[in-house]
Design a protein around this ligand. Sequence first.
Ligand code: NDP
Ligand code: 2IT
Length: 445
Amino acid sequence: MDLKKIMANLEMKHPGEKEYLQAIHEVLESIEEIYNQNPQFETAGIIERLVEPDRILTFKVPWVDDNGKAHVNLGYRVQYNNAIGPYKGGIRFHPSVNLSILKFLGFEQIFKNSLTSLPMGGAKGGSDFDPKGKSPNEIMRFCHGYMLELWRIIGPDIDIPAGDIGVGGREVGYMYGMYKKLTLEHHGVLTGKGRNWGGSLIRPEATGFGNAYFCQEMLKTKGDTFKGKIVAVSGFGNVAWGTVTKVTQLGGKVVTISGPDGYIYDPDGISGEKIDYMLELRASNQDICSPYAKKFPNAQFHAGKRPWEVKCDIAMPCATQNELNDTDAQNLINNNVMAVSEGANMPCTPEAVEIFLKNKILYAPGKAANAGGVSTSGLEQSQNALKLSWTAEEVEKRLHEIMINIHASCVKYGKGSDGFVNYVKGANIAGFMKVASAMVDQGVV
Ligand code: NDP
Ligand code: 2IT
């Protein structure tokens, strides 16, 4: 593999798509050695075929606000690779959404989904629509408008979307309603559905729970646990909430959460009613930090800052991509952090990752640590196909087993001769080998 040449070609073809190029570089760099040992991959053109999505649908979504004024947003679905199963991945609504971000997310999803051991290909979709400050009716009209285009290219054996930033149970409900109206079919084409119409118990918590379980497995390799550990979390959305809940259950003390306005440091720990309050604020579409600091006076609000300056044993970034840079990473190392586990997708910059690997701490990339969300989406699909509904205990037990197995795969492919586990390498190689072999089996298509 000539990594430099591949990257130079991609930079020429897709100028300015920085998140996409970042994600591709990270994966190719870590699979280079094993790729070169398997000449059948080169013959089958695996890299050239993997780095470009199978197809991209771009469309406009016109919608009308509560004052009768029309607006237009851009909608996308990137169907990346379906070698091991139908396309699968979330939908993101956030003003920052563009093709580069959705291509990076779709590309990462291929390997994440492969790691889960479930039959799911990789995809991602979204829009630059900003749900913040919109009324429930405006959200509904937008979701309906988005699905009016998307329905043509999805299906329970074709492409199964789900939530991501700005898309939770409510938005999935509106999109599902429109899909059903257009197709007359009720077969669970989206995951993250409501409990009463095909959703799975534990799906809302699953990404954060899985993140905590994965980190627990990493700690086990050092003979350690979450008990008594100080944990810094960023974000206050779906993934942050699940992470805070499970870390607290496992005996850790979460001292930070954050929003785009800054972060909260709560030395008493964020647990119990404080977690419920976090949910309440989230549901009411407010910024979190100043109301939280008002309600719990021991908590401090650090406006415009990120939580990585706080002394902690474990850091769990759960907000968005590139939210933890080299300065943050060095702060964490100087404060003796022992583990970093990514709830978000690609929250650490490449420079930050390099610092973690150089210092040989436990570092879990998102495609491994946050795979519990899509895994439980897969379990939701299984329940839909069986026309059954499993108990919360049953789903969580399966989720826990999947996370333990993903950890084992990372160790298998990532453990060096000195015993240090490079989870980036482990996750990328384990995810890649399965997809690449399936592509070879199926010929050049
Ligand atoms: P939510 O919308 O529930 O929460 C996102 C959080 O990140 C919010 O706190 C949001 O604050 C903050 N945020 C969003 N964009 C930015 C930004 N540009 N700068 C700073 N903060 C930002 O999303 P999720 O919790 O679902 O997603 C969080 C991360 O986890 C994402 O990287 C997502 O891809 C990843 N993920 C999600 C999964 C899922 O099942 N939902 C599964 C696996 C990974 P605000 O709303 O105020 O902007
Ligand atoms: O990034 C992710 O894995 C998700 N947003 C969840 C995708 C899914 O299909 O459940």
